[in-house]
Write a protein that binds this ligand. Structure first.
Ligand code: GZL
Ligand code: ZN
Length: 313
């Protein structure tokens, strides 16, 4: 009899805890990089919105306009509103310590979504959820080296200056081509991770050096701009000039199917669910490894048609 009572009480307690946990509506602030970036960023924002809806989360979204000061102001407004947790997609890697200290003092956990930061104090954030950007750059660098037979005149389109993926992809690509002395980067400049700037910079590159026969774009949007610039200059992207990039968005797969883009390394933008789950875990006292790595595949043009129907972004 006594044992039965204990079991019943135990069950009741479990039910109470379960109901309590599921009944809680979390208010989460999301400081997105924002601005005029393209397909990848849109896919990530859509993923966060869909997950918030699915999971019954009260989401406060701020478009950071690609400015760190706007994102810092967003974090401070999230603190003032008393949110339960924060997702931050840091537009640049440095300069976050002060505001993250304020979040910590307010007991609001912060999960870094899709980009890391540079700080001497790891305790200022729960973890970063990103792909391995060095690896991405390295893989396309190696692929390009093989494709070009170890010899190419390369133009590089860099991402937003100071952004974690821009820094790391540049490093990785350099590693990927390092063992091929004939692979030479002759021009490298930022296209700010967007198509319009990518196009403009590529136009200037083509005027500056007529021997460019390979382009490494640090994201798909800039690659799309570069492809347009190459076509307008009367050359064939994918043939006269080999183009590789990173992200694996639908426009990139469509370009590969057409043969204007040669290869792409994926970078998963569907981070909404894992972002919220991690944050809610942290709110409830769970700890995580500092880097929750997303794994990516490398695709070349010949695989694009078959892959297109199942692409999720
Ligand atoms: C990757 C991310 C990058 C994408 C770009 O996690 O931060 O930023 O590759 C985006 O397309 O601008
Ligand atoms: Zn983009």
């Amino acid at each position: 009899m006594k044992r039965k009572l204990v079991v019943l009480l135990g069950l009741a307690l479990c039910l109470f805890v379960a109901l309590g946990a599921s009944a809680k509506t979390y208010t989460i602030g999301f400081a997105q990089t924002g601005g005029n970036e393209g397909a990848w960023r849109d896919a990530e924002t859509a993923s966060v919105n869909a997950a918030a809806k699915d999971m019954g989360i009260n989401l406060k979204f701020v478009d950071g306009q690609e400015k760190q000061e706007v994102q810092i102001a967003a974090l401070r407004s999230f603190i003032a509103q008393g949110v339960d947790g924060i997702l931050l997609a840091p537009v640049v890697a440095t300069g976050w310590d002060e505001v993250l200290q304020e979040c910590k003092q307010a007991n609001i956990p912060v999960v870094l979504l899709d980009r890391g930061i540079q700080t001497s104090d790891d305790s200022l954030y729960v973890c970063k959820i990103t792909s391995d950007f060095v690896q991405e750059g390295k893989r396309v660098g190696e692929w390009l080296s093989k494709k070009m037979g170890g010899k190419a005149t390369i133009a590089e389109l860099e991402g937003t200056p100071g952004a974690d993926p821009a820094i790391m992809r540049q490093k990785g690509f350099a590693e990927g081509i390092a063992s091929y002395p004939g692979m030479k980067i002759v021009l490298s400049q930022t296209g700010n991770f967007n198509a319009a700037d990518g196009k403009q910079v590529m136009e200037a590159f083509l005027k500056a050096n007529s021997r460019i026969n390979a382009v490494f774009a640090q994201n798909d949007d800039m690659a799309m701009g570069a492809i347009q610039a190459i076509q307008e200059a009367g050359k064939r992207p994918g043939k006269d000039i080999v183009v590789v990039s990173i992200d694996g968005t639908r426009p990139a797969f469509e370009a590969m199917a057409k043969g204007t883009l040669n290869a792409v390394c994926e970078c998963n933008p569907l981070l909404g669910k894992i972002g919220f789950e991690t944050l809610i875990g942290a709110i409830n006292g769970q700890t995580y490894p500092k880097w929750v790595i997303q794994t990516d595949g490398l695709y070349e043009a010949s695989q694009a048609k078959a892959a297109l129907p199942t692409r999720k972004y």
